[in-house]
Design a protein around this ligand. Structure first.
Ligand SMILES: Cc1cc2nc3c(=O)[nH]c(=O)nc-3n(C[C@H](O)[C@H](O)[C@H](O)COP(=O)(O)OP(=O)(O)OC[C@H]3O[C@@H](n4cnc5c(N)ncnc54)[C@H](O)[C@@H]3O)c2cc1C
Length: 532
């Protein structure tokens, strides 16, 4: 007897996108859905405690990737965490809900058709959102949705130094945003976060938990998909570790394994650039040269300063604060660390921001893996629109070996100049009246104010990922794109990719919100196709 299990849809990966799809597609009780996740269930207490997210790094809840040596970053290999549990990266991320700028989506519209442009795409954010922060500017309607599955909340316990950062932005003449997620987010604001009553609210919390008892939704954990199963050029299902037989998809397989996992699975299944595949010992089934290419990420440099006042998040995990958190979701453990942001333009002729400044009332060094021993603050300077691009290539025939991840950071010359200009703006804010009482000199690795050449060397020696890889299965109207505008993989049938990898260009925001919104749109596209 066959051990195969038959579904209508098999979704690979229960991350930001996979959770949305599983919940939306299984709303129809006549449709059978399997959601296949490599990681364990999301039961670890640190997932719920916002300030504890770095404690999930390099644990079984993290894929714990490293990049290839980065020539333009002093030959360093960078640590890349990715979520490996229900909720995916939304279960280990910094909870910042930042859609990006109108221009980002208008550029998607140019790449993939007008239905991806801002005005047409914006309703999918609202569909996902449940804003708990009240009305918008002067009592006007909020930009946010009010009854979606994902709670979005203002920060509960803003550190006094974060308030000083916001004052510094005001003093510098930046625009005060009533709501950060306005179509033009040039300006500053506290960070809206994916939290409900002070606790993390992941895509699994919002979408999966209410749906998990549905009889037509089958959630498999600790089941790593090895490869796609083909019937000619039609994708028939998948093979996963720990799952007997095949998981057969009567309608479609949907890859939501993230910007590394999705191209890796395509490549392991013979869909990709024949040169890349043959070098890794993989036979080409479908030539698709874009798979794994066009990798973009946000690179960030941390300006870290000593703080003479013992009020930062250093030592915030005291017993008293644990008690406040457990009793009512209050206190500094509700902090997502990155408490406020400013989106700025380093050149007046730009129509949209090219730098984000992220304020943390803590020294954010080594991804928080080294607990700080002294009080300090950080302004993270983020390159929002890198010209540099990289790629993901297979190192071996299966998904058991991590692929070669080469983001190509700072390989395009203009990028270092923009980052440098951003650091100068951070230094100006730190030197102003509002923040001066909270700084007493630079904290390693930041050297303090130095000349441009020294600063450029420092940036190359110390910048890190802001954890936003995208673009490796880029959608587009052009034949060279990996997926078409309906997110169907070109060259095969019954296969889509729905996750951060399909973004044609990285946004000037953070990547969870656009991934959720594009999955909401994809669910609609998939249901419409099934009705045809
Ligand atoms: C540390 C960190 C901080 C971040 N902070 C923020 C933030 O504050 N705000 C923000 O907007 N964005 C943030 N991001 C980025 C954001 O979380 C991601 O862009 C987003 O979650 C990506 O969603 P996804 O669905 O593409 O992939 P993921 O959410 O990563 O989901 C992919 C899922 O697929 C599973 N998977 C992969 N391969 C397989 C396989 N072969 N078989 C089965 N399952 C598989 C993975 O285990 C994972 O669960 C952060 C990310 C990280 C890692």
């Amino acid at each position: 007897m066959s051990k195969d299990s038959v579904y209508d849809y098999v979704i690979v990966g229960a991350g930001s996108a996979g959770c949305v799809l599983a919940a939306r597609l299984s709303e129809d009780p006549a449709v059978r859905v399997a959601l296949v996740e490599s990681g364990p269930r999301d039961r670890k207490p640190e997932i719920r405690i916002p300030a504890a997210f770095p404690k999930l790094f390099k644990t079984p809840y993290d894929w714990d990737y490293s990049t290839a040596k980065q020539a333009a970053l002093d030959g360093r290999e960078l640590y890349w965490p990715r979520g490996h549990t229900l909720g995916g990266s939304s279960s280990i991320n910094a909870m910042m809900w930042v859609r990006g700028h109108r221009d980002d989506y208008d550029a998607w519209g140019e790449a993939a058709g007008p239905e991806w442009s801002y005005d047409e795409f914006e309703p999918y954010f609202r569909r996902a959102e449940r804003w708990s922060g009240g009305a918008g500017a002067s009592g006007a309607d909020s930009v946010y949705g009010s009854d979606g599955p994902l709670w979005i909340s203002p920060p509960r316990a803003l550190n006094p130094i974060t308030t000083a950062f916001l004052d510094a932005c005001r003093d510098a003449g930046l625009r005060e945003l009533t709501e950060l997620n306005e179509p033009d987010h040039s300006g500053f604001s506290p960070t809206p976060v994916n939290q409900r009553r002070g606790r993390r609210w992941s895509a699994a919390d919002g979408y999966l938990k209410p749906a998990r008892r549905r009889r037509n939704l089958h959630i498999l954990t600790e089941a790593r998909v090895r490869r796609l199963e083909f019937d000619g050029t039609r994708v028939a299902g998948v093979i996963a570790d720990g799952v007997p037989g095949k998981l057969i998809a009567r309608r479609e397989v949907i890859l939501s394994a993230g910007a590394i996992g999705s191209p890796q699975l395509l490549q392991a299944s013979g869909v990709g650039d024949p040169d890349d595949l043959s070098r890794a010992g993989i036979e080409t089934r479908v030539e698709s040269r874009g798979v794994g290419r066009h990798l973009q990420d946000h690179l960030a440099y941390a300006v870290t300063m000593r703080c003479p006042q013992p009020i930062t998040l250093t030592g915030a995990d005291s017993l008293a604060n644990v008690g406040r958190f457990l009793a009512g979701g209050r206190g500094p453990l509700t902090s997502n660390v990155a408490e406020a942001v400013a989106f700025i333009r380093t050149r007046p002729e730009l129509t949209a921001p090219d730098i984000e400044l992220i304020f943390a009332p803590a020294p954010y060094v080594n991804h928080g893996l080294t607990p700080p021993t002294e009080h300090g603050i950080t302004i993270g300077v983020v390159l929002l629109q890198p010209e540099s691009e990289g790629r993901i290539t297979p190192k071996g025939p299966g998904v058991g070996t991590a692929p070669l991840i080469d983001p190509g950071y700072l390989t395009a010359e203009p990028d270092i100049r923009t980052l440098l200009a951003g650091v100068r703006r951070a230094e100006e804010l730190l030197a102003g009246r509002a923040l001066a009482p909270y700084t007493s000199g630079p904290l390693e690795p930041h050297p303090g104010t130095v000349d441009d050449a020294t600063l450029a060397r420092t940036i190359r020696g110390a910048s890190e990922t802001l954890y936003h890889p995208v673009g490796t299965c880029r959608m587009g109207s052009d034949e060279a794109s990996v997926t078409d505008p309906a997110l169907r993989v070109r060259g095969v049938t019954a296969l889509r990719v729905v996750d951060a990898s399909v973004m044609p260009r990285i946004t000037r925001g953070h990547t969870h919100a656009p991934t959720v919104a594009l999955a909401e749109k994809a669910a609609e596209l998939i249901r419409a196709d099934a009705r045809r």
